[in-house]
Design a protein around this ligand. Structure first.
Ligand SMILES: [Zn+2]
Length: 317
C-alpha cells in the first residue's frame, strides 16, 4: 500500500478513524501520514474536539431528559402520597361518622324496642308532671297528668300541681299562675269509644264518644313520640350525651333548633330505658316534664266511674 496517502483521503477517513471504525492497516497509514503532516494533525485535533463537544452536548441533553424524568417521578410520588393521605383521611372520617351513627342507632333502637314492649302491656300507669316557665312574663305553672290503663279501659286525671318538687329547674324566682281549672278526670273505654269527663270543681260532667285513644298502647305514643326514633336520619340530627343525675345514669338525647340556644332534651334512664324527663328550652319559655311508668298498678277500682248524682250533666246533644 502506498505509504504516502493524500491529505484529502486522510481527512476523508478521519471521522471513521476518530470513531475507531477503520481497519488496522488504514489506521496505521493515517497515523504514519499524520506524523509528517501538520495540516492533517491539526484537522484531526479539530475534528476530535468537535466530536468531544458533541458527546458532551449529547450527554447534557440526556442529563436534562433524565432530570426531567426525575422531577416527574418526584412529582408523581408527591401526588401519590397526597392522594393516599386524602383517601386515608376520608376513610377515617367515614369510619367516625359511621361509628357514631351506629352508636346512636343502637341506643335509639334499644329505647324504641323498650317502648314497643311497653305498648303491649295490659296494665300500667303513666305519670307526667309538667312545669312551664315563661321568661318574658316571669311566670310559671305546673300540672300533672296521670293515665291508668287496664285491659282497654283508661282513666286520665289532669291536676294543677301545688307541690312542685322534682323538677330540675330552679323556679323560686317565678310567680305561679293559677288561671286554669285543672281538675279534669276522663274515663275512656277503647272497646266502645265511650267517654265520661268530670269537672270536679264545677260539679259537672259530660258524656260522649271519641276517636283517639282507640288502640292499645296509644297512650305511650301520645306521651313519648318514640316512633320517631326509628327514622333513619334521626341519629344524624341528635346528639347523645351521658349524664349522671341523682345517682342515676342517663342518656340525654338532644336536638337543637332555632338559634342553637333553643333545644329539646330527652332523658332516658340507662337501666330501664324509660324516658324519665323531657326538657324544651325556647327563647321565651322553658318546659320540663317528668315521667314515671309503673307496671301492673291499675286496679278495677281506679277505673270505676264514681256516682255522679250531685253533678250536672253538660253534654251537648
Ligand atoms: Zn496531510
Amino acid at each position: 500500500m502506498n505509504e504516502q496517502l493524500k491529505c484529502c483521503i486522510v481527512q476523508d477517513l478521519l471521522p471513521s478513524y476518530i470513531e475507531k471504525l477503520t481497519s488496522s492497516e488504514t489506521k496505521e497509514a493515517i497515523e504514519a501520514h499524520m506524523k509528517n503532516c501538520q495540516k492533517c494533525r491539526k484537522q484531526y485535533s479539530l475534528m476530535k474536539n468537535i466530536n468531544k463537544r458533541k458527546d458532551i452536548h449529547e450527554n447534557e441533553e440526556e442529563n436534562i431528559e433524565y432530570n426531567h424524568l426525575k422531577k416527574y417521578n418526584k412529582k408523581m410520588s408527591c401526588i401519590k402520597i397526597t392522594m393516599s393521605i386524602i383517601i386515608i383521611f376520608i376513610f377515617i372520617i367515614i369510619s367516625i361518622i359511621t361509628g357514631n351513627y351506629m352508636y346512636k342507632r343502637s341506643i335509639l333502637n334499644r329505647i324504641y324496642n323498650n317502648y314497643a314492649e311497653l305498648k303491649s302491656l295490659d296494665n300500667y300507669i303513666i305519670m307526667r308532671k309538667t312545669l312551664d316557665v315563661y321568661y318574658n312574663k316571669n311566670e310559671m305553672g305546673a300540672s300533672s297528668i296521670k293515665y291508668y290503663y287496664k285491659d282497654g279501659k283508661i282513666k286520665k286525671e289532669v291536676r294543677e300541681l301545688s307541690n312542685i318538687e322534682g323538677f330540675k329547674k330552679d323556679i323560686s324566682q317565678y310567680s305561679q299562675i293559677k288561671d286554669t281549672p285543672n281538675d279534669i278526670t276522663e274515663y275512656y273505654d277503647i272497646n266502645n269509644n265511650k267517654t265520661v269527663t268530670i269537672y270536679d270543681s264545677r260539679k259537672e260532667y259530660s258524656e260522649g264518644t271519641q276517636q283517639f285513644n282507640t288502640n292499645k298502647g296509644e297512650l305511650f305514643d301520645i306521651q313519648f313520640d318514640t316512633e320517631n326514633f326509628n327514622i333513619w336520619f334521626i341519629p344524624y340530627i341528635i346528639q347523645i350525651k351521658n349524664q349522671k343525675y341523682n345517682d342515676m345514669e342517663y342518656y340525654i338525647l338532644q336536638y337543637n333548633f332555632g338559634n342553637n340556644s333553643e333545644y329539646k332534651q330527652i332523658w332516658v334512664n340507662k337501666k330501664t330505658l324509660n324516658i324519665e324527663r323531657a326538657i324544651e328550652v325556647g327563647e321565651k319559655y322553658y318546659r320540663e316534664s317528668i315521667y314515671e311508668i309503673i307496671k301492673d298498678a291499675t286496679t278495677d277500682n281506679d277505673l270505676l266511674i264514681p256516682s255522679l248524682e250531685d253533678y250536672k250533666n253538660v253534654t251537648e246533644k
